[in-house]
Ligand binder design. Structure first.
Ligand code: 5GP
Length: 114
C-alpha cells in the first residue's frame, strides 16, 4: 500500500484543519474547497480506492458515512442538505489514493451530477 498525503495527515506529519476524529475515522477540511463546507472523511485504515474495500470492512464504510451525517447534524446543515461523494480511480476523478468521502454543503448543489 503506497503512502499518501492523507496517511501523512493521519500521522500528523503535515498539518490539516481536523474537524472530527475517532478510533477509525479522521475528518478535515479540503485544502481546495469546492463549496462553503468541504470536509474529507477518511478511514485511518488505508484503502487506495473503494474497489479495495472487502466485505469485512463494510462496517467501516458505514462509519465513514455516519460520521459525515453526524457532522452535518452537529453543524446544523443536515436538514438544509448536503452531498457526499466518493471518487474512484482516474475515470471517477480520484487524485488521492486513500479512500475518502467528500462532504459538500453550504450552497445549492446542481441536481445533475455530471
Ligand atoms: P479526489 O480528487 O481524490 O476525490 O479528492 C482529493 C481531495 O483532496 C481534493 O479535493 C484535494 O483538494 C484534497 N487535497 C489534496 N491534498 C490535500 C492536502 O494536503 N490537504 C487537504 N486538506 N486536502 C488535500
Amino acid at each position: 500500500m503506497s503512502d499518501t498525503i492523507f496517511d501523512k495527515i493521519i500521522r500528523r506529519e503535515i498539518p490539516a484543519d481536523i474537524v472530527y476524529e475517532d478510533n477509525d475515522v479522521l475528518a478535515f477540511r479540503d485544502i481546495h474547497p469546492q463549496a462553503p463546507v468541504h470536509v474529507l472523511f477518511i478511514p485511518k485504515k488505508s484503502f487506495a480506492t473503494l474497489n479495495d474495500v472487502g466485505e469485512a470492512d463494510a462496517p467501516l464504510l458505514g462509519k465513514l458515512l455516519l460520521a459525515a451525517a453526524a457532522y452535518a447534524k452537529r453543524e446544523g446543515f443536515a436538514e438544509a442538505g448536503y452531498r457526499c461523494v466518493i471518487n474512484c480511480n482516474k475515470g471517477g476523478g480520484q487524485t488521492v489514493y486513500h479512500l475518502h468521502v467528500h462532504l459538500l454543503a453550504g450552497k445549492q448543489m446542481p441536481e445533475r451530477m455530471a
